[in-house]
Design a protein around this ligand. Structure first.
Ligand code: SF4
Length: 207
């Protein structure tokens, strides 16, 4: 993958797209962990490589494994609804991916070994896309970057100091919101709306 890293400094849209496609082609052939034996598709990304926001989820589920696209199942559809209500455009404002690119059987949480095996792809995506904002969607995505113990309910909604030049926020995963229907003040769905408001404000500041 070294030749990819040398190209990352070439920052035109054309080179960015070409380099991402090269990384995706390598990823599509990947057999670095056991999940390669049970996957239907490698689920690399969705959205725009030129987006200012990168949303990182946990892992593909059954619908994503079948389609090869992240966040297309029920949780993904709920995410779309929240984004639309916040006036954010999934295809234009976001580059969307997961911490690992292949579905764990029965949607179990990815192991640390699987996350480590897949880390080069995620870090490659961050290096190439160069987002201004990263959203860590759910606890599994958050603990890829945060070493100390935390509860997602305690850290969500705060701007975290993880990268020097990227604003990072943890948010609830939409699959958690599927199990929590209340819109009352202080409820997870209410907090998600609030977080998306502050993300939209941050995006405006960056424009
Ligand atoms: S999960 Fe990542 S490391 Fe494992 S086979 Fe898929 S692409 Fe390779």
């Amino acid at each position: 993958m070294n030749h990819l890293l040398t190209k990352i400094s070439c920052d035109t849209d054309e080179i960015k797209l070409k380099t991402l496609n090269e990384l995706k082609n390598i990823c599509n052939q990947c057999k670095a962990c056991e999940l390669s034996k049970t996957r239907t598709s490698v689920v690399f990304s969705d959205g725009s490589p030129n987006a200012k926001i990168m949303l990182i989820g946990e892992a593909p589920g059954a619908d994503e494994d079948a389609s090869g696209v992240p966040f297309v199942g029920r949780a993904g559809q709920l995410l779309n609804t929240f984004l639309e209500e916040a006036g954010l455009d999934r295809k234009k404002d976001f580059y969307i991916c997961n911490t690992i690119k292949c579905r764990p059987p029965q949607n179990r949480v990815p192991t640390n070994e699987e996350k480590l095996s897949c880390q080069a792809y995620l870090m490659g995506q961050i290096s190439i896309v160069k987002p201004k904002i990263i959203l860590l969607c759910g606890a599994t995505a958050a603990n890829t970057f945060i070493e100390q113990e935390f509860k997602i309910s305690q850290i969500r909604g705060k701007w975290l100091n993880i990268f020097d030049d990227i604003d990072v926020m943890a948010i609830f995963h939409p699959s958690y919101l599927l199990r929590n229907h209340s819109l009352e003040q202080g409820s997870p769905r209410w907090l998600m709306k609030k977080d998306l408001e502050s993300i939209k404000n941050k995006l405006k500041e960056l424009e």
